[in-house]
Design a protein around this ligand. Structure first.
Ligand SMILES: [Ca+2]
Length: 141
C-alpha cells in the first residue's frame, strides 16, 4: 500500500517535469458583439478561460464591451493537451435589481485553438442577444 503511494507520487512528479518541458503555447481570439433587447450593450465583462478538469480554470484574458457593444479578446496559455477554451459574459441586461450579474458561458471550438503566441484564427461569436440567454446569477467574478 505504501509502495503504491510512493510509486504514484513519483509518477506524478515525473509527469510534472515532463509536461513543463513540452507544454506548448496555444492561443485563441474571439470577437463578437452584445445586444440587450436589440440595442448595443456596452460595459459587459468578457473573460476568456482555459477549462481545466482537475484544477481551477485558468483565466487567460479579460475585457469589456465598448460603446457599440463590441468585444475583441485574445489570450495565450501553455498546456500539454489542447486548450479547452471558453468565454464568459457577465451582464445586467433586463436585471431589475443592479446587484450581481447574469453569467453566460460559451465554448470555443477546438478548431480555433492554434499554436504559438498569437491566434492565427478568429472565432466570430457574432451578435449575442443577452435577454434570451439562460440567466445564471453570479456575484463573485
Ligand atoms: Ca490550463
Amino acid at each position: 500500500m505504501l509502495l503504491k503511494g510512493v510509486l504514484f507520487f513519483a509518477l506524478c512528479a515525473l509527469f510534472q517535469i515532463g509536461s513543463a518541458a513540452i507544454r506548448e503555447a496555444q492561443s485563441v481570439r474571439v470577437q463578437g458583439s452584445l445586444t440587450c433587447e436589440g440595442r448595443p450593450y456596452p460595459g459587459a465583462k468578457v473573460k476568456l478561460y482555459d477549462h481545466d478538469t482537475f484544477t481551477l480554470d485558468d483565466k487567460m484574458a479579460e475585457t469589456e464591451t465598448d460603446s457599440r457593444g463590441y468585444f475583441d479578446i485574445s489570450g495565450t496559455e501553455n498546456e500539454l493537451t489542447r486548450l479547452n477554451a471558453k468565454f464568459n459574459i457577465y451582464h445586467r441586461c433586463r436585471k431589475t435589481v443592479p446587484i450581481c450579474y447574469y453569467k453566460a458561458s460559451f465554448a470555443i471550438p477546438y478548431d480555433y485553438v492554434t499554436s504559438g503566441q498569437q491566434a492565427s484564427k478568429i472565432f466570430d461569436a457574432g451578435t449575442i442577444e443577452l435577454s434570451i440567454l439562460k440567466k445564471d446569477r453570479d456575484c463573485i467574478n
